[in-house]
Design a protein around this ligand. Structure first.
Ligand SMILES: C[S@@+](CC[C@H](N)C(=O)[O-])C[C@H]1O[C@@H](n2cnc3c(N)ncnc32)[C@H](O)[C@@H]1O
Length: 314
């Protein structure tokens, strides 16, 4: 099978917003970012960035985003959607960069090997490291827990700031072996992190078939058995209450989740939101307030906001 590729030259200011837009609104099968800065810093960086100098033919001015879509998708429609999004972001006062767009086709096996090359172990914290399935990794601490991942076609390698903000909040609130629901589980990474941090049971929900397949494989890869997966929108049809509900999804979708929270959150429960572009924060704050919730911790990385939330009276 072939994949449609759409390549856009942008400024780093819009990289995240455009990537999430492609993933969540246009249902891209995958994405890749080639950042000039990564190449320039390659000599001294020892984190998850990997640079293959042999493949260095033409560097982007700032960031080149490559999105992968099913070959049957209408490329003119997708290009028009990207152009409209770039115009919207420009309207917010962001530097969008060159904005030029190129389209093409590649064999999907090529895509699989391309992204794997850029996916390296992440020593995330004192407690957790995220390790691609095919990598050997020596824990930085004898008791550091490893999250083994093969995200397949689902979102959630652990590289994205939004995933990392949600993981930080999980470390903060998982102080007892409680029940955790991960809404929009993607690759299952947050549910797996919760289980490794000692959750009693984890539930992952998602609307995507790719997510269900990837999460199931990743639970098996991590020898996790105390999990359930449910293909549904947000918490629709989910039975029972959860002590922690974590959701890393775009703000527009979190707005639909907020009215469902009271019914699914246990007494003294906590909610973790991530995936909120800072421009969308006022809307989320307002909706939380209207639905009886308060923010008890706010974190930010680049444009992205992560929130720890409780009921107002708790
Ligand atoms: C940004 S990804 C987060 C993946 C993973 N939890 C992480 O933190 O890396 C958002 C996920 O939400 C899923 N999603 C989007 N809309 C949804 C909905 N209405 N209900 C459930 N999942 C949804 C997408 O399929 C995607 O897997």
């Amino acid at each position: 099978m072939k994949l449609l590729t759409i390549q856009i030259e942008v400024s780093h200011e819009v990289e995240d917003a455009l990537t999430i837009f492609a993933q969540d609104s246009l249902h891209a099968l995958g994405s890749e970012a080639i950042r000039r800065q990564d190449f320039e810093e390659a000599g001294w960086r020892h984190d998850s960035t990997v640079v293959d100098w042999d493949e260095l033919h033409d560097l982007p001015v700032d960031v080149r985003l490559i999105f992968y879509f099913d070959q049957e998708r209408d490329q003119d429609e997708l290009v028009a959607a990207f152009r409209a999004k770039l115009a919207e972001l420009k309207g917010y006062g962001l530097a969008v960069g060159d904005g030029s767009i190129k389209t093409g086709y590649i064999q999907d096996e090529d895509w699989n090997t391309v992204w794997k090359k850029y996916y390296q172990p992440i020593s995330f914290s004192r407690h957790l490291a995220i390790v691609p399935e095919w990598e050997d990794y020596q824990p930085a601490f004898p008791d550091q827990k490893l999250i083994k991942m093969d995200p397949g076609l689902a979102f959630g390698t652990g590289n994205h700031e939004t995933t990392q903000l949600a993981m930080l909040a999980l470390e903060r609130v998982l102080t007892k072996p409680v029940k955790v629901a991960d809404v929009g589980t993607g690759s299952g990474i947050l549910a797996i992190a919760a289980s490794k941090l000692g959750a009693k049971e984890v539930l992952g929900t998602d609307i995507s078939d790719d997510s269900m397949d990837a999460a199931k494989e990743n639970f098996a890869l991590n020898n996790i058995t105390n999990y359930q997966l449910q293909k549904t929108s947000l918490l629709a049809g989910v039975a029972g209450k959860y002590d922690i509900i974590v959701a890393n999804i775009l703000a527009e979708i979190l707005l639909d989740l907020i009215p469902q929270l009271q019914a699914h959150l246990a007494d003294q429960g906590k909610v973790i939101f991530s995936g909120i572009d800072y421009l969308q924060l006022p809307k989320i704050k307002h909706a939380l307030d209207e639905n009886g919730f308060q923010i008890i911790l706010q974190m930010q990385e680049k444009r992205w906001i992560g929130l720890l939330i409780s009921r107002k009276d708790q």
